[in-house]
Design a binder for this molecule. Structure first.
Ligand SMILES: O=C(O)C1=C[C@@H](OP(=O)(O)O)[C@@H](O)[C@H](O)C1
Ligand SMILES: C=C(OP(=O)(O)O)C(=O)O
Length: 430
């Protein structure tokens, strides 16, 4: 799909989408929880749909209720076939692989799109130590596993991604790990582990976090007294970051449905918005944001790498050179995001320099509308769309449908705020 965006006047109020990080974790926990979970505010991004598909294939029964909530009956991991697909979701495959490995049946775990080339070597090293047989395609998909996973004291590397640890934490808890510790070296994206632990706690699984270096299971997991849980999917700070940046550069808006106390990593976008001088009012129920005299800012995105794309769009409109740290975290996302941001913002006349772990964005010089490409990366498509709102002339985004991975309503939401958006199928005449 091609989406064209004109410079636009922005104003109004919008509800943040459901967080795929919160939804996918809720799906995994509902599968493992032996009872009924009502999921309120469920997401329906492609990653969310993939998670629902995986848990259905592993034996969960999912019923859509009249009010849109999902009723999920879980009874542990009871695979219905010998294969599951995680779609294009990094979290999906890295969280569900240890969970799938709880079964003693051989299962193939697959995915599609960019996921096929993202690194999974972690499992080749770690799963055999837990009694799981694994065959991968040299550290890539598909993964063939055969458990059952046996929780043991283990030391893992957390520098590439936190997502592997999220999966191990859930699988250990659901396997009733007792007096067992996962030791983690150099953990990155730590707030995502806070989110995992917060979700697990709601389902009755307690893990002791010793300074993000050791995660200890005392053996009290699964002692929850109820057999029904209501789980509400949080509003998404990662998707909302694009909305908030829209407000900062293009007009006064209100964003609703975000928990300002959330453990989500990307809540840190507020710090960047404050630092650059956007007009910001943070209230319990809503966030009001509008343009100010925007100036360059410094920000460390090592622990919240998904903020790079919206922050580059923001920095492009901030006078001076913005410096964002954490470039090394971007290599293995849906695209190599340091390079794709440099390339696509370059087309809009924004100079982006990469110096080791730092990204320097020279902003405040005006943007020109351009033909850009998402590289099949949802966050690149959204960053370009937001940047287009105050560029001179039209911006045309190819493979714009990439947004469906996390935020299927994104174009409708910015259009509701006044963005002039036109969609057409690739190859169709305008
Ligand atoms: O756990 C999660 O929900 C996620 C963790 C982060 O990945 P890394 O831990 O690989 O940085 C983030 O980039 C991804 O979009 C979602
Ligand atoms: C990298 C992302 O997701 P995942 O790793 O779950 O595919 C993302 O949403 O930007």
């Amino acid at each position: 799909m091609i989406v064209s965006i004109q410079p636009s006047e922005i104003k109004g109020s919008i509800q943040a989408p459901a967080s795929k990080s919160s939804m996918q974790r809720g799906c995994a926990a509902s599968l493992l929880f032996k009872g009924t979970t009502i999921i309120r505010n469920p997401g329906y991004s492609n990653d969310d749909k993939a998670a629902l598909g995986v848990i259905r294939d592993l034996g969960a029964v999912i019923v859509k209720m009249e009010d849109g909530s999902l009723k999920i009956t879980g009874s542990g991991v009871n695979p219905e076939s010998g294969a599951v697909s995680c779609g294009e979701s990094g979290l999906g495959i890295r969280m569900f692989t240890p969970i799938v490995s709880m079964s003693n049946k051989p299962i193939t775990i697959n995915g599609e799109g960019s996921l096929v080339s993202r690194p999974m070597d972690f499992f080749d090293t770690v799963l055999p130590q837990l009694g799981v047989e694994i065959v991968s395609r040299e550290g890539k998909l598909p993964l063939h596993v055969k458990g059952p996973l046996q929780p043991k004291n283990i030391t893992i590397d957390g520098s590439l991604s936190s997502q592997f640890l999220t999966g191990l934490l859930m699988a250990y808890a659901a396997s009733n790990a007792k007096a067992v510790t996962i030791t983690v070296n150099n953990l990155k994206s730590k707030p995502y582990i806070d989110l995992t632990l917060a979700v697990m706690k709601q389902f009755g699984w307690e893990v002791e976090n010793r300074n993000y270096e050791e995660f200890h299971f005392a053996g009290n997991a699964g002692k929850r007294s109820t057999d029904q849980i209501t789980y509400t999917v949080e509003g998404d700070w990662s998707g909302a970051a694009f909305l908030l940046v829209t407000g900062a550069i293009a007009g006064d808006i209100t964003v609703k449905g975000l928990d300002v106390q959330s453990t989500q990593a990307d809540r840190a976008v507020l710090q960047a918005l404050q630092a650059c001088g956007a007009k910001l009012s943070i209230q319990a129920e809503q966030i009001e944001i509008g343009p100010g005299a925007l100036k360059a800012f410094q920000f460390d995105a090592t622990e919240c790498p998904d903020l790079f794309p919206p922050l580059v769009a923001l920095a492009a409109y901030c006078k001076g050179t913005t410096v964002i740290q954490g470039v090394s975290r971007l290599a293995h996302k849906e695209s190599n995001r340091a390079l794709t941001l440099q390339q696509e913002f370059g087309k809009m006349g924004v100079e982006v320099e990469l110096q080791d772990d730092l990204m320097l964005i020279k902003g405040g010089n005006g943007l020109k509308g351009a033909a850009v490409h998402s590289h099949h990366d949802h966050r690149i498509a959204m960053a370009c769309a937001v940047a287009a709102l105050k560029a001179s002339g039209e911006t045309v985004i190819s493979e714009a449908e990439a947004i469906n991975k996390s935020y299927p309503d994104f174009y409708e939401h910015i259009a509701a705020l006044g963005a002039v958006v036109r969609k057409e199928m690739e190859g169709a005449k305008s």
